[in-house]
Design a protein around this ligand. Structure first.
Ligand SMILES: *Cc1c(COP(=O)(O)O)cnc(C)c1O
Length: 456
């Protein structure tokens, strides 16, 4: 058999010209977003203070394919495709008959998949005459990506960064400021939401839910400012389909196809971006592929949460969405995978999980870092702690193949590198990392805050 190259690319001509939108193919459509004050379905006008109309249209679109603007294609061509890598050395170290592949999204200037959506979001805002974008960031990857995209389009960018990550990763601040954005730890004293939380708890670790509320308030109170979200929303998931669309063409080139598709799950964007073009084949053509969204045991929305309407943010300013949630004021433990500390999930991914089309698994951070270190030693890339959740489960599946002798093709998303996460590696290598349990009391407290709106 012909040996598959270590890395497979695409020519510029072969890069996708359209995004894929799973809304066209899913058997059960998602329920509508609701207005946070009235609980009535939101229309485009409700979202107009926050987003440009082109993104609002994508948010509600049911077209299967959506054109990528020429200008965005040109930017993608400077940094894509990301390589499809065959993990020969990892396979050998594990002694598995399985074939392991990953898509490495850390090769672009931002170091994670987030730039795939930051570029079109900045582009559409600029086209609508917006001068400034406010956003939140967890671990800092999204703030970095959006600050890069805003510098490309000569726009201002204000980043509210979750306090625990801001303290864990001081160099993120410098990086984001280098691209010209401003950055504040959240909760901050710049917004009503932030001040109210600091009054109750001056030492608040912050959460993505709080930072989103601050950024939404900022956008809603400045005429020239829009809000941008780095995950969760349908238009973000649509943009990230570029990952899976490229991967399908790359798999064609090496004459292979995944049996198992794995991604880590924060708000669902890297998992969905990689997986949904393959989920299409499962739904439409009946291909028997297993999909696993991997989440931290300290923030287990799919595996422990409730599928219900909940607020997307802590203060209840963002739309109420139908999703798996742990409750919008849940503040997860300060695990090192800051990008996975979101209380809820993508509506699209939540629906597909509820319908049994994709699966999920929760894992603890010490086992995640053990896998990350083995990956770094074999494949030489230092993975982001978030991405290492996917690595761990890919390794577990490969070891199951070793037991059974099956030569499955395992495919995961290496969503970013971990060059800004060295304090986490330091904690792990020094034996100073602990695991956090998610308790029934936390679940009860979280569910009690959810707005009890029955599904129709
Ligand atoms: C933000 C981030 C995640 C988690 O967000 P998703 O929307 O679930 O993808 C995962 N990996 C990396 C590297 C990230 O930056």
């Amino acid at each position: 058999m012909k040996k598959v190259p270590n890395r497979t690319f695409l020519t510029e001509d072969e890069l996708p010209k359209q995004y894929y939108n799973i809304a066209a193919d899913m058997p059960n459509k998602i329920r509508p977003y609701l207005h946070p004050a009235t609980f009535e379905p939101v229309g485009p006008a409700d979202l107009a203070p926050l987003f440009p109309m082109a993104l609002i249209e994508q948010e509600m679109a049911t077209d299967r394919y959506i054109d990528i603007p020429k200008e965005v294609q040109e930017v993608y061509a400077t940094m894509r495709p990301s390589p499809l890598v065959r993990a020969y050395r990892l396979e050998k170290a594990l002694g598995t008959p399985a074939k392991i592949y990953y898509k490495y999204e850390g090769t672009n200037p931002s170091g994670s998949h987030k730039l795939n959506t930051a570029v079109p979001q900045a582009f559409y805002n600029k086209a609508e005459g917006i001068k400034r974008i406010a956003t939140e960031t967890g671990a800092g990857q999204w703030g970095t990506a959006l600050s890069i995209a805003c510098s490309m389009y000569d726009m201002e960018c204000a980043v509210y960064m979750v306090r625990v990550s801001y303290d864990q990763k001081p160099y993120r601040k410098t990086l984001i400021e280098t691209y010209g954005a401003s950055i504040l730890p959240s909760p901050s004293n710049q917004t009503n939401v932030g001040r109210a939380i600091l009054e109750k708890d001056p030492n608040s670790l912050g959460s993505l839910g709080i930072a989103i509320s601050e950024a939404v308030e900022d956008a809603a109170t400045h005429d020239d400012t829009h809000y941008a979200l780095g995950s969760v929303l349908n238009h973000v998931i649509i943009h990230q389909s570029i990952i899976g669309l490229e991967a399908k063409k790359q798999f064609d080139k090496v004459d292979d196809y995944p049996d198992i598709v794995i991604g880590c799950n924060g708000g669902g964007s890297n998992f969905s971006g990689l997986a949904f073009p393959f989920v299409h084949d499962k739904i439409v053509d009946g291909v028997d592929t297993e999909f696993i969204a991997v989440e931290p045991a300290a923030c287990p929305k799919l595996t422990k949460g409730l599928f219900a309407y909940d607020f997307g943010d802590t203060a209840g300013m963002a739309p109420v969405t139908p999703m798996y949630s742990l409750g919008h004021d849940f503040v997860p433990a300060g695990i090192h995978a800051g990008g996975l500390r979101y209380h809820g999930d993508s509506a699209l991914l939540s629906q597909l999980f509820d319908d049994g089309i994709v699966g999920a698994q929760a894992v603890h951070q010490t086992e995640v870092f053990k896998a990350a270190v083995q990956f770094a030693k074999t494949e030489s890339i230092l993975p982001a702690p978030e991405s290492a959740h996917a690595i761990l489960v890919a390794m577990q599946k490969a070891l199951e193949c070793k037991e059974s002798g099956e030569e499955k093709t395992i495919f995961f998303n290496l969503s970013g590198h971990g060059h800004f996460d060295l304090s986490a590696y330091e904690a792990y290598l020094g034996g100073n990392m602990q695991d956090f349990e998610y308790t029934d009391e936390m679940l009860k407290a979280g569910l009690a805050t959810m707005p009890n709106i029955p599904f129709q």
